[in-house]
Design a binder for this molecule. Structure first.
Ligand SMILES: C[S@@+](CC[C@H](N)C(=O)[O-])C[C@H]1O[C@@H](n2cnc3c(N)ncnc32)[C@H](O)[C@@H]1O
Length: 222
């Protein structure tokens, strides 16, 4: 299966589920259909996101003695990247099959992989993390529910904690029904409205599989 086929199938599944009023159930369906073959998972890159790796190196991040949380962990590469620089990492995903897959891929991992829904996350995670990493989860949520995604993410941060968001970026939503739907800077500004301070913004066309405009926004909780 090519990456384009995988994207096409993901869009079909998302549309099918949305027509039944279910914005999130298609992720589990996609992971089940993939049957352990990452070629079927359009966002599987077998390595931590290059914009995360670049930020960790640039900031000379040392995670030892600090806790990190990965939102919508997918197949776990970002979580493993954060564990490698010393963080005690919790990584969650709403899709049980993704979490089982992470545990199978990384049998000796120090990452705590768990099934959880961003919209009903454990209370104990509130204010508990020095670093929160979100990559491509918000953009995969339809507009009707994504506006509720910002607050729980901001709330995971401990005082002084850092949030790193990597997402496709756009100036305007041309087709609000198409997923993934890149984020605008106005949408990202919700994090500031929730009391975070933006400390950097990268707005660039970056390579990976397809050259696309991406944002890497970094925030600090006061
Ligand atoms: C587009 S994928 C990106 C995965 C990963 N962050 C990456 O960059 O490879 C979005 C992920 O978020 C998960 N997800 C979607 N809605 C979620 C929710 N409400 N709570 C937790 N995870 C969710 C999906 O199951 C999927 O693994």
């Amino acid at each position: 299966m090519t990456r384009d086929d995988a994207r096409k199938r993901a869009r079909e599944l998302a549309a099918e589920h949305r027509s039944r009023g279910d914005a999130v159930g298609w992720f589990e369906k996609l992971y089940v259909e993939a049957g352990g073959d990452a070629e079927h998972v359009p966002w599987a890159d077998d390595e931590p996101h290059p914009l995360l790796v670049d930020w960790l190196a640039r900031e000379q991040v040392d995670g030892r003695g600090r806790r990190a949380l990965v939102v919508g962990a997918g197949l776990g590469d970002d979580a493993e990247g954060l564990a490698r620089v010393g963080f005690a990492v919790t990584a969650f995903d709403v899709a049980p099959t993704a979490i089982e897959w992470c545990r199978r891929r990384f049998p000796d991992t120090r990452v705590d992989y768990c099934v959880a829904d961003l919209f009903a996350a454990p209370h104990a995670w509130r204010g508990a993390f020095d670093l929160v990493f979100e990559c491509y989860t918000i953009q995969a949520l339809p507009l009707a529910i994504r506006e509720r995604a910002f607050e729980p993410i901001a709330n995971f941060l401990a005082p002084g904690g850092t949030l790193v968001v990597v997402t496709r970026g756009t100036d305007a939503h041309l087709d609000p029904h198409e997923l993934p739907l890149p984020l605008t800077l106005a949408e990202l500004a919700r994090f500031e409205a929730l009391g975070l301070e933006r400390t950097s913004l990268l707005d660039a066309v970056t390579g990976e599989t397809v050259p696309l405009r991406r944002f890497r926004a970094v925030y600090r909780k006061r």
